[in-house]
Design a protein around this ligand. Sequence first.
Ligand code: HEC
Ligand code: HEC
Length: 264
Amino acid sequence: MTRSKRRAGRRHPLATAALLALGLVFTGGAYAALSTGTVAQAEVDPNSQQTIEEGKKLFQANCATCHGLEAQGTDNGPSLIGVGAASVDFQVGTGRMPMQMQGPQAQQKPVQFTDEQVKQLAYYVASLGPGPEIPSDHLVNGGGDAANGAELFRINCAMCHNVAGAGGALTEGKFAPPLTDVSGVHIYEAMVTGPQNMPVFNDLNISPEDKRDVITYLKYVQDNRSPGGFELGSLGPVAEGLFIWIFGLGAIVAITVWITAKSN
Ligand code: HEC
Ligand code: HEC
């Protein structure tokens, strides 16, 4: 009697493990749900007074020391009047802003705001003066012509970013970053705003549809990158190494045998 009571009171040895597993599944699921949620644009109304007020508050608390209380610019940062929502979405959404350290080029850090806050900041700045807008979904989803994009990329971007988008050094400690891990929206925004030493590619240089193709090409490169020989079911290096061992060494042995056989 007492024994079974104690048994009932005690947790099954597997309970902890099961609980852990359940917790992991839930956090994993929640994370997946959230992270796919952020891919879709946050529902922030660009024109509502509330959005702009929230953005202004965030701006004054986080950006005004360098960019001025009305984004008019100071000795520590340029005026943001007329840079557009795209520039803010790019700079804050890639973790470049708020800048922490003066240097040749703003460093990329973990993004410090939620997607909603980034949009609020962006629309606040956009309300101060017209500038490039955040591109619509269909331009950045990678559904364009990759071959045309590759050609455009080779002509316009490869001299700084490398043909495969691997990035490259520029002068004076500046660099064109690798484009292997950047979203379609941010690629589009980089083109229309030209951060730092990068030129602006306005719609006359490269039309919106052509920009879409460039993004399609870069997404193709991103998806077909193969760290560790992905094509061979992640066994690439082993399989290839084995191939060399067996056939390469086999060939050498065969040649050696043949040479010695011949000289006899
Ligand atoms: C420590 C100073 C500092 C802080 C804080 C800062 N910035 Fe900047 N910002 C700069 C400087 C300097 C530049 C120009 C150099 C560069 O782009 O690397 C810049 C550039 C920018 C640009 C690009 C402007 C253009 O011409 O396209 C945007 C947009 C921007 N900042 C937004 C923000 C926002 C939004 C915040 C707050 C979340 C912020 N910054 C906080 C210093 C700062
Ligand atoms: C003259 C050199 C130059 C050319 C040409 C150039 N870029 Fe850039 N690009 C840069 C530099 C420099 C930066 C980094 C700016 C910064 O960090 O503020 C950059 C940044 C970017 C980023 C942001 C990457 C990230 O990780 O956030 C993207 C995307 C990008 N470029 C795409 C392009 C595309 C697409 C083209 C062609 C249409 C192009 N660039 C042409 C120099 C260049």
